[in-house]
Each structure stands twice: as C-alpha cells, then as structure tokens.
Design a protein around this ligand. Structure first.
Ligand SMILES: O=C(O)c1ccccc1NCC(=O)[C@H](O)[C@H](O)COP(=O)(O)O
Length: 204
C-alpha cells in the first residue's frame, strides 16, 4: 500500500497488480481485491490493473465479479480469438502484452487491437525464464519507431530512471510500464525509486 500511495502522490497514471503464482509480486485474488478497495478509498480515479497470464474463465469471473479492476492486462500467450472471448466475458477494458525481440514480433499486434483498450510491448523473456514479464530486460526500442498502431500502447521492459530518456527517444513511446526498475529487491517496490522514475519520465 505504501508503494501505491507513493506512486499516486507522484502522479502515476495507472497502478498494476500481478496475479501469477510464480512471481515474487504475486497477489492472491483476495489480497488484490482488498488492495484495490483500499486504494479506491484514497483515490477513486486512478485506473487499477489486474495482470494475469493465460487466465481461465473462472478466474476471469472472479476478477469481474469480486476484484473489479478497471483494466485487465493479459501477459501470456492469449490468442486474438481468446482475447475477444475475454473481452466479451468480462466487459472490462483490456491491455494485451506482446513479447518483442525482433520486428516480426510486432506483426500480430493489429489482430488484437479490435478487442483491447491498450497494447503493451515488452521484452521477450528467455526460453528458460519462469516469468513472462518483470524481468528487467529491454528490447531494441527502435523497433517501435515504424510500428503503425491503431490503439495506444505502453512500452515495457528494462525501464528505470536511468534508461527512460533513451527508451522514449528511441521508441517514441508516450506510455510507460515499469516493475523491477522501481524495486529494491524482487517484489519489493521502493517509494524513492518510484518517485525518481516518475519525475524522470514526466520531465521528458
Ligand atoms: O512482474 C511480474 O512478476 C509479472 C509476472 C507475470 C506476468 C507479468 C508480470 N509483469 C508484467 C509487467 O507489466 C511488467 O511491468 C513488465 O514486464 C516490465 O517489467 P520490468 O522489466 O521489470 O520493468
């Protein structure tokens, strides 16, 4: 909660919460529900995002009916057809994350755009990685320069107060997503790092 308050005080535009058991950032759906409710009692407007990976329908129904995030971020290998089903099932705006290591990884993005509010482009994890995100890895940001997008998109992966200026310059991103770059240890958000990142990003 302290990190969420720090981010709100420093004018973060979204807050995200991970539901993925293997992640050091994992929150149960009950904990996420309580956290979302507590944050809404101090700030009713900041959009709150539940981040999930290849979710089954029963989990999505719990998100929709109990957790009630403003957005759901899909960070797995969901196909465009599955994203369409999730949009219809939940009626909650979606963010679809795409893993990028080369230009051709961007080709499928347009297939998702009809069903989502936002896209996210994140670094492709190594094959051996346990996590699909939150790894502090970046990709060639210049790949985004010529990407024709119909929906607004976040740049993610390896961002920090040190890298953000180059990331924005090289990618042309106007929306950013950060996780490990504002942590003092895996899963431990650091208020000072959050403030530093938001100041650096908003000064660009
Ligand atoms: O962060 C996680 O542990 C995680 C686990 C499962 C699915 C997604 C996850 N993170 C997704 C994010 O949106 C991260 O913010 C994004 O990958 C950037 O991470 P980082 O490179 O650490 O800033």
């Amino acid at each position: 909660m302290d990190a969420a308050i720090a981010a709100i005080n420093d004018s973060a535009d979204f807050l995200g919460f991970i539901h993925f058991a293997k992640s050091p950032r994992h929150l149960t759906l009950n904990t996420m529900k309580d956290l979302i409710s507590a944050i809404r009692s101090v700030n009713a407007t900041i959009p709150l995002v539940s981040v999930v990976v290849n979710p089954e329908n029963d989990m999505l129904e719990t998100l929709r009916d109990e957790v009630k995030p403003d957005l759901i971020q899909l960070h797995g290998k969901e196909t465009p057809q599955r994203v369409a089903e999730i949009a219809a099932l939940t009626n909650i705006p979606l963010i679809k994350a795409i893993s990028v290591s080369e230009k051709s990884d961007l080709d499928a993005a347009s297939l998702y755009e009809p069903y989502v509010e936002y896209m996210m482009f994140d670094a492709k994890p190594p094959k051996t990685a346990v996590l699909p995100g939150g790894l502090g890895l970046s990709f060639d940001w210049t790949l985004m320069r010529h990407h024709a997008a119909a929906k607004p998109w976040f740049l993610a992966g390896g961002l920090s107060s040190e890298t953000v200026a180059a990331a924005v310059k090289e990618s042309g991103a106007s929306m950013l997503d950060i996780s490990s770059g504002v942590e003092s240890a895996p899963g431990v958000k650091d208020s000072a790092l959050i403030s530093g990142f938001l100041r650096a990003a908003k000064s660009l």
